[in-house]
Design a binder for this molecule. Structure first.
Ligand code: HEM
Length: 365
């Protein structure tokens, strides 16, 4: 596949980084050719093998400020999996893996399908669809089912998604180096508490935050890629779709930057890392997202593609759910071959995302 085929999709997708975090992402892009490089007190790591090494071999501090675990513990209390280690973490991970295995995901599917059916009804009627509002509903429904919450109304699912996006944006401002960090230092608000009521325990809140924020980042971006690079024929093809999903997740790298903190002195790529140093793991660069387009017939090596879900004992337990859900969305949307009518990137969200992505079926679909 030629690079030109992807230039339009790439140009549009770049907006989510440039508008979302206009300082940090251009700075990090400038050093992306270095496998590992120290920038002030931080180490930026771009090489796939080094990112994997840090995730699997370097002792990491799961509770310090500047990490997801640190934010979880500070704002939601202990027991939110990201902040756990040792036997506690293994037990939580095992319990969660059982809820998100193939049986678990199959049990969740009926809860997210109605959102897809409503969305495709609109496309079939020639109406526009904002994929971001659709993703809010899809993620809200899935989360409610995962947490065992009785949904009071469809509107509640959207409200839950909005609350999770707002809450995560405030946490991320504390984890990722950014001028907003200074502005928001004392301004954290947990928007989930009221909505989740008796389900507002640390693990449930973390699951809501992880599920919703990744879904609303990943799905609209993947749809925009398919529309701009005309990948709808591959999306419609059942034999190819799952490889397309893997490639789209690699290219969009929905969690592009993992901030971690070293718990001990270590060497990374021949460079010393001191205990307490923040390590910025650039999944976006490690997965070669900017170098090779989504090509389901010649996909990137699995080792690189899988890095978007982390690695080792802490790898994402929601990967199967994320993959299957994106596959369902692409299969349902592909027959309409929609084009993007309007796109507006989210400013200062937890993850690079679209705030609005309006699509409409192509006239000839
Ligand atoms: C496209 C969607 C997703 C992406 C790209 C993604 C990515 C990641 C990454 C990179 C990590 C960190 C791994 C590490 O530190 O080594 C992670 C951890 C985690 N993810 Fe996901 N994730 C996604 C969807 C989900 C979903 C749908 C759920 C819940 C159902 C979920 C729940 C979690 C949890 C609980 C952890 C913490 C695991 C641990 O500390 O052991 N994720 N995810």
């Amino acid at each position: 596949m030629s690079v030109d085929r992807f230039s339009r999709a790439r140009r549009r997708d770049r907006q989510v980084y440039l508008v979302g975090r206009p300082v940090i992402f251009p700075l990090l892009a400038a050093v992306r050719r270095f496998p590992a490089i120290r920038v002030g007190s931080r180490m930026v790591i771009n090489d796939p093998d080094l990112v994997r090494t840090v995730l699997t071999e370097v002792p990491l501090d799961r509770t310090s400020a500047g990490t997801m675990g640190g934010s979880v513990r500070k704002h939601h209390g202990t027991g939110g999996i990201f902040d756990e280690s040792g036997a506690d973490h293994r037990a939580s991970k095992r319990a969660l893996a059982a809820r998100l295995d193939s049986t678990g995901v199959a049990a969740l599917r009926p809860f997210w399908q109605p959102a897809i059916a409503d969305m495709t009804d609109r496309l079939a009627a020639g109406r526009t669809v904002d994929m971001c509002r659709f993703a809010d509903e899809l993620a809200g429904r899935t989360t409610a089912a995962l947490l065992g919450v009785d949904v009071p109304s469809p509107r509640w699912c959207v409200d839950l998604a909005v609350a999770a996006r707002r809450t995560a944006a405030l946490s991320a401002a504390e984890e990722i180096p950014s001028p907003r960090r200074l502005l928001r230092r004392n301004g954290f608000v947990d928007h989930l508490d009221d909505l989740l009521g008796e389900h507002a325990d640390p693990l449930s809140k973390v699951l809501a935050l992880a599920t919703i924020n990744t879904t609303v980042a990943a799905i609209p971006r993947a749809v925009a890629w398919c529309a701009d690079a005309d990948l709808w024929a591959d999306a419609a093809d059942e034999a190819i779709r799952s490889r397309l999903v893997t490639e789209l997740l690699r290219v969009t790298a929905p969690t592009p930057l993992l901030p971690r903190v070293a718990a001990e002195d270590a060497m990374v790529g021949g460079r010393p890392v001191r205990r307490g140093d923040q390590l910025l793991l650039m999944v976006l660069h490690a997965a070669r997202s900017r170098e090779r387009g989504p090509d389901p017939r010649n996909p990137a090596p699995v080792r690189e593609a899988n890095l978007v879900f982390g690695a080792g004992a802490r790898a994402c337990p929601g990967a199967r759910l994320a993959r299957e859900q994106l596959g369902d969305v692409l299969a349902a949307v592909a027959p309409y071959r929609p084009a993007v009518m309007r796109a507006r990137a989210e400013r200062g969200g937890a993850l690079p995302s679209w705030a609005q992505l309006t699509v409409r079926a192509r006239g000839d679909a």
